[in-house]
Ligand binder design. Structure first.
Ligand SMILES: [Zn+2]
Length: 55
């Protein structure tokens, strides 16, 4: 059985463990864990700079 998995929407590599990107990342489709964590870091750094008071 060969199940065709959609590649990561960012790096285009095969995704073994799918992650759903956040809407504000402007990424359609699923992404891999590596890109997810990268995006997450980017996102938090961006938030940090904007001095967001979110709990
Ligand atoms: Zn990726």
């Amino acid at each position: 059985m060969t199940k065709k998995e959609a590649p990561c929407a960012i790096c285009g590599q095969e995704v073994s463990f799918k992650y759903k990107p956040m809407p504000e990342w402007n990424v359609s489709g699923i992404i891999c864990g590596k890109c997810y964590s990268e995006k997450l870091v980017e996102h938090y750094i961006a938030q940090d700079r904007r001095d967001i008071t979110k709990k």
